[in-house]
Design a protein around this ligand. Structure first.
Ligand code: ADP
Length: 668
């Protein structure tokens, strides 16, 4: 076994690898960019080395910088994690040349699976079933369009070098093929430096079921069962579980054998995942093989009791696999939820900012949290906006699902928008409870999963008022303690008003509306006049900052986090944001309807489809930006005329930059 390893990654996966290494008594070396100088993975490692500026291509993606640190630190092996250099064959080769072990498969296996097209060819030869399609070299648009017609729509265009759902477009009819091809190729070129694509028949209701495989250098290969990753958005996994609901021992054995055959066909060593599409009739098709540890590996660990990072380290140091196929069993059920800084209501647009408040459920045998961030950390545009992976386990799926809902309700994040409520809605959906899973789940159940934003309930308003009033009282008492004038009315803390009942009027901006609540001071409580009627409220703020409230005799605990004038009220599984409006301050400027179209985040303009003077219809694409490695289309918010186009292709724009301006029809 190694004495010291370098982890060529960041955030949760770096922390995850460090945890196992520490348990095995292996020293760890971290690397970090400018943005990560005070990151958690740096703090957890025994040693850490700065490798460059924040953009990954100038730091984490530079093999020579990583190898230099490996040599300087005396690390015997490099664990690449996932993403970054984990599937980079040149990097693996460079490690070997420097006599440093790459903790991953042999380079020819990485190469063989690196291109989805080449991988399909190998699998075809090894008689692993494939989805009908085209994975040849001819990339001429006309040829591809004709081939798509022959395959029959709907067709899926995939970047051969793709991953993470990028460079992938579903095409429903011939008329939109060319446009989709161009867009897929653009995203593939910028994401992977390779614009080759393949075509597949698009299955309309498949499940994504993948098999975890492992092989060693002694000729042993086995699988650690399956994971169901059907709950996806934009072809990216959102929730993963193991075992796959409804899986029969026969099908498991068949898929497991196919996956092991796939691994053997390329002389595989280490951890790998063979991904299949499982159709409703039980047929399954090879999609691709990922030659690394997967983000969702914890669900497999939870049901098998194995530590896959330990397996990787043992295999890489030349040991045989820790057990035989017949020694592995499945115990209980595990589900993983990926908690992201993103806004589900805005098509899962990444959200950036400082994690000003972060509280997580406690970890136990039932709840595991793999994270790489702490309160105060920044979610920046430089990296993937994942905050954490929340993994739950129980003896059966229903139990795991209950735990998931509970843990999601307890996950508190302020400072960025997150998908926790959305994940909670998926977990609470009857179709999910019935395990009615396929990759179209989110699209099909849109209505139940993206509820309209409701105005704050009386309970939320009452909690917000109580928090404001209790904090005001505490503040006033603090000042009163310094006074020498015992009778000064300025130090009274019970809302005294001349010639009137003691009261305060609070104004809350809630979305587009303003709600007024009058709080009357009563002996040791407040009488709140809420939209739905009066409520007697009392409470206190405990030493952890929690609000212990009593509303008409009903006790509850809430957390109210202030962010300037913004109040984030978190109670049970509800999070609501209100802005406390102070009418004595200057009138807040409200932005006019429509008008300008601003960049939702920093990025680069990659296409402009309109010009000044053009008449446009609501929803028409006007401009395409690339941000966080994804394409984002800016569409017309209303019918009207484009007044100005402020940037050209190639321009780099800041968050909030006015990209174009539009004169809506009624004023045009
Ligand atoms: P990536 O490497 O970008 O993640 P994959 O090839 O693994 O791409 O596919 C990602 C997801 O896209 C799959 O999990 C599945 O939901 C969907 N998908 C891929 N191929 C097909 C297909 N032929 N038909 C229907 N859905 C597909």
């Amino acid at each position: 076994m190694f004495n010291k390893i370098l982890i060529a990654n960041r955030s949760e996966i770096a922390c995850r690898v460090i945890r196992t290494a520490k348990r095995l008594g292996i020293r760890t070396v971290a690397v970090y960019s400018d943005a990560d100088a005070s990151a958690l993975h740096v703090a957890l490692a025994d040693e850490a080395y700065h490798i460059g500026p924040s953009p990954a291509r100038e730091s984490y993606l530079r093999p020579e910088l990583i190898l230099d640190v490996a040599k300087r630190s005396g690390a015997q092996a490099v664990h690449p994690g996932y993403g970054f250099l984990s599937e980079n064959a040149e990097f693996a080769e460079a490690c070997a040349a420097a006599t440093i072990v790459f903790i991953g498969p042999p380079t020819n296996a990485i190469r063989a699976m690196g291109s989805k097209s080449a991988a399909k060819q190998i699998m075809e030869d090894a008689v692993v079933p494939l989805v009908p399609g085209y994975h040849g070299d001819n990339q001429a648009p006309d040829f591809l369009r004709d081939t798509a017609g022959r395959i029959g729509y709907p067709v899926l265009i995939k970047a051969s070098a793709g991953g993470g759902g990028k460079g992938m477009r579903v095409v429903w009819e011939g008329a939109t093929f060319e446009e989709s091809l161009a867009s897929a190729k653009r995203e593939a070129l910028s994401g992977f430096g390779d614009d080759r694509v393949l075509l597949e028949k698009y299955l309309t209701k498949p499940r994504h079921v993948e098999i975890q495989v492992f092989a060693d250098t002694h000729g042993n290969a086995l699988h650690l069962f399956e994971r169901d990753c059907s709950i996806q958005r934009r072809h990216q996994k959102v929730l993963e579980e193991a075992p796959a609901p409804g899986m029969t021992p026969e099908l498991r054995a068949k898929m497991g054998a196919a996956a092991v055959a796939a691994a053997r066909a390329i002389g595989y060593v280490g951890a790998g995942t063979v991904e299949f599409l499982l159709d409703q009739d039980g047929s399954f098709y090879f999609m691709e093989m990922n030659t690394r540890l997967q983000v969702e590996h914890p669900v497999t660990e939870m049901i098998t009791g194995q530590d896959l990072v330990e397996w990787q380290l043992r295999v890489a140091s030349g040991e045989p696999l820790p057990c035989r196929q017949d020694e592995l069993t499945i115990s209980g059920h595990a589900i993983e939820a990926r908690i992201y800084a993103e806004d589900p209501a805005r098509d899962f647009f990444p959200s950036i900012g400082t994690l000003s408040h972060l509280r997580t459920p406690s970890e136990s045998t039932h709840v595991r949290i793999d994270t790489g961030v702490r309160q105060g950390d920044e979610v920046s545009i430089n990296y993937d906006p994942m905050i954490a992976k929340l993994i739950v386990w129980d003896t059966d799926r229903a139990g795991a699902l209950r735990r998931l809902q509970q843990a999601l309700a307890e996950y508190q994040v302020v400072g960025v928008t997150t998908n926790t409520s959305f994940l909670g809605a998926v977990a609470a959906h009857p179709a999910f409870a019935e395990a009615n899973l396929d990759t179209g789940f989110i699209e099909r159940n849109r209505e139940g999963l993206f509820p309209e934003v409701q105005p704050a309930s009386d309970k939320i308003l009452a909690l917000a008022c109580l928090d404001v009033l209790l904090r005001r009282d505490a503040e006033a008492k603090k000042y009163a303690a310094f006074t020498t004038d015992l009778y000064s009315p300025w130090h009274l803390t019970h809302g005294w008003r001349p010639n009137s009942d003691n009261h305060h009027v609070l104004y809350f901006i809630d979305g587009d509306a303003t709600t007024t609540v009058t709080a009357l001071y009563r002996k040791s409580c407040f009488l709140l006049e809420l939209p739905g009627g009066q409520v007697v409220a009392r409470g206190e703020i405990d030493e952890t900052g929690n609000l212990l409230a009593d509303l008409d005799g009903m006790r509850m605990t809430a957390t109210v986090v202030r962010h300037g004038a913004e109040l984030n009220i978190m109670s049970a599984s509800v999070t609501h944001c209100l802005t406390l409006f102070d009418p004595s301050a200057q009138t807040a400027e409200r932005e006019g309807e429509g008008g300008c179209l601003t960049a939702p985040m920093p990025g680069k303009i990659i296409a402009v489809m309109t010009e000044a003077g053009a008449q446009v219809k609501r929803g028409m694409p006007l401009l395409i930006m690339e941000a966080m490695k994804m394409e984002h289309t800016i569409t017309a918010p209303a019918d009207g005329m484009v007044a100005t186009v402020n940037y050209t292709v190639g321009a780099v724009v800041n968050d909030g930059a006015e990209l174009l301006s539009l004169i809506p029809e009624e004023t045009a």
